[in-house]
Write a protein that binds this ligand. Sequence first.
Ligand code: CP
Length: 302
Amino acid sequence: MKKNLVSITDFSKEEMLRIMDLAADFESNPHQRILLGSVVASLFFEPSTRTRLSFESAINRLGGRVIGFSDTSNTSVSKGETFHDTISTISNYCDMIVMRHSLEGAARYASEVSRLPVINAGDGANQHPSQTLLDMYSIMKTQGGLDGINIMMVGDLKYGRTVHSLLQAMSQFKTHFTFVAPPELAMPDEYKEHLIELGIPYTETTEMEKYIDDVDIIYMTRVQRERFSDLMEYEKVKNAYILRNNMLAGTKDNMKILHPLPRVNEIATDVDKNPKAYYFNQTENGVYVRMAIISYLLGVKK
Ligand code: CP
C-alpha cells in the first residue's frame, strides 16, 4: 500500500526517527544513486525557493528525474482545468508527487485522487511536514537528541504552517513549548488543546525577552503576509518581534536559532554572524532529510 506524507501525523514516532537515521546516512554519504529510472513530479501552485529546490536537488542527487512546474500560468490550470484532472493526469507521468498549494487540504485531496505517494510541501496555513522533519534533524544535530527540549516559537503562530507541524511532532518528545506572538497571531486553540490532552506544558506570552535565556531553540517565523485578507491588519503586526544580536547575550550556550525562511524583518542581519544562528545550516539539512523522505516513501530505503 502506498504511503503519503501529507500531515506530520502520517508518520509514527518510529518513522520520524527512521528519517533522522536515513538523513544522517545521506549526509555522511550523499552519493547514493538509488532512484535511477524514477521520475518525481514537483508541482508548486504557490511560490517557493528552499522547499522546491531542495526537493529537486535531493531527487537529482539520488539519480532520479524531475518533471513539474513552479508557476501554473503556463499549465492548463490557466485554461480552467480542475485540480482533480491535473493531479489525475500527472499521476500517469511519474512515481511520486511533491506539491505545494495555497489551499489547506489540497495535498490530502491529491493523495486521494492519485495512486502515487504524495508529499505535502505546504498547504496554506495547515501543514509543512517535510520542513518539520528537517527542523527535527536540525534540533537533533545541535542538541544531541530530541527529548526534553525547550522550544520558543516566535512570530506568526496562527498562519505559520511550520509551527503547527513542528508542535505536533515534538509533542512526542517531552518538549516544553513557549509561544511568543501578538494576540492576533496566537497559536490556534486546537494545537494548544492537543498539548493539554497530552499533558505537555506550554507557556504563552507576548514577552520574548522574559523567557529567551531559558530556551534551547528559538524558532523564529515570518508574519505570513499572503494569508491576510486585510493588509492593514498585516501592517499592524508585521514587525511585532525582531530578534537582534544584543538580545542573545544571556542565552544558553547550546541555544540555536532556527527559522524555516524566507526571513523578512524578524531576524536582524547582525544575528547572522552569531554562532547561535543556525538557519542557513538548516537549509542544507533540508536536502538530506528530503533524500530520506523520498527514498523511504518509494521503498528504496526501508
Ligand atoms: N521553508 C520554506 O518553506 O521555504 P520556501 O517557501 O522558500 O520553500
